[in-house]
Design a binder for this molecule. Structure first.
Ligand SMILES: [Zn+2]
Length: 382
């Protein structure tokens, strides 16, 4: 290994460069350049202890969203759920874990589902920990294999157009804050595009159909698939002794993303997850939630799906329903904590474009997007 490559990144990534191919090295060139230009990788996560030996890493706002991670500290090693949108986010998290949580090796990495913001860090874990098991449901493995590269390639065109758009908006900005906001989005999107240019996905090497239990000296860890919801293959990771469940995007702090979802089945899947005896929910986005959220989110999806379904039967269009089904009409948003807690999480933890964002505007955007996706999903007859 060249002396210039020693130091920061070899410390973070361990044997990354010792056995890395030319392609691997190219993949990390952007990361290395940034690491050398600044004394440290940016800290992309806030790490919070949930219970003895269980930690959540809450993703800080980024233009290209990162998923949260959950870290289970076993007697001799670590299990980490979810891998973010890019390899450099894994490098950043592992560095934070080393500083804050543990220096035990990573032995298990779980991809909760196939989406880019949860699975595109898998190759980085494969390099950091060549003998670790990368786990997912069999469906998720198939979807990563089929969808990751075409979706990433398709996103490049949109993202390049966004970079130009942010540049124009920064030039036309009327205040320094606005200009800085557009500039930051341009920079973060450009960095992502450069890093992901030669990306090669990594497939999970262990898959589960329904349950897998790891019996560790410190605690048991259950990986469980309980039905379709956010995608066809979401798994949750549950620790009975610590009463924590890591839920990926099946259950989290933002509005659900239903673009690949099964809204008629999702609430029922959440009821099955609720059979586990947990107190804390560490979801894929937003902060840590109390147990009630499993019912709040399930009831919300059920209510919106029922209204969209009724509207479709009455011959209404998607645009009509997006206008009609306002947050103020939804019992699950106006009563109880779901609406306010979701809006607060989005305002705090999403990178929103410069401009005025309020609880009402965030709720309106979220519900409208969900109505559109549910309308499309019901049309697919799945
Ligand atoms: Zn996600």
């Amino acid at each position: 290994m060249a002396a210039t490559r020693r130091g920061f990144l070899s410390g973070v990534l361990g044997p990354v460069f010792t056995g890395a191919s030319i392609i691997d090295q190219a993949l990390f060139r952007a990361v290395r350049a940034r690491a050398q230009a600044s004394p440290a990788l940016p800290e992309l996560f806030d790490i919070e202890k949930l219970a003895e030996g269980v930690w959540s890493a809450i993703a800080k706002p980024q233009t290209l969203i990162n998923s949260n991670a959950v870290i289970f500290e076993n007697a001799r090693d670590l299990l980490i759920m979810d891998t973010h949108s890019k390899p450099s986010a894994v490098a950043s998290l592992v560095r934070q874990i080393r500083a804050r949580v543990s220096d035990k090796p990573v032995k298990y990495v779980v991809a909760s589902h196939f989406h880019w913001d949860h699975s595109q860090g898998l190759p980085a874990y494969r390099r950091i920990a060549p003998n670790a098991d990368l786990l997912a449901s069999e469906t998720t493995r198939k979807l990563i294999d089929r969808e990751t590269v075409p979706r990433l390639k398709a996103s490049f065109e949109t993202l390049r157009a966004s970079v130009d758009d942010y540049k124009r908006k920064a030039a036309a900005a009327k205040t320094t804050a606005e200009k800085d906001g557009w500039e930051r989005m341009r920079r973060e999107t450009g960095d992502y595009l450069r890093e992901m240019e030669n990306f090669q996905p990594e497939l999970p090497n262990v898959t589960i159909e329904r349950d897998l239990i790891i019996h560790d000296k410190n605690h048991d860890i259950h990986l469980a698939f309980r039905g379709r919801g956010h995608t066809g293959g979401d798994v949750v990771v549950y620790c009975p002794q610590k009463k924590v469940v890591a839920t990926g995007d099946l259950l989290h702090g933002f509005f659900p993303f239903i673009g690949d979802g099964f809204p008629l089945e999702w609430p029922r899947t959440l009821l099955h997850v609720a059979e586990f005896d947990f107190e804390k929910i560490a979801g894929g986005h937003g902060g840590v939630s109390p147990r009630e959220r499993v019912h709040q989110m399930g009831n919300y999806i059920e209510e919106v799906t029922e209204l969209v379904s009724r509207g479709r039967r009455a011959g209404k269009t998607q645009a009509q329903l997006e206008t009609e089904i306002a947050p103020s009409k939804l019992r699950t948003v106006t009563d109880g904590g779901y609406g306010p807690s979701t809006a607060a999480a989005i305002l705090k933890l999403r990178r929103l474009p410069p401009g005025d964002h309020t609880v009402d505007s965030v709720l309106a955007d979220g519900v409208k997007t969900n109505v559109g996706h549910i309308f499309a999903a019901l049309g697919k007859n799945v």
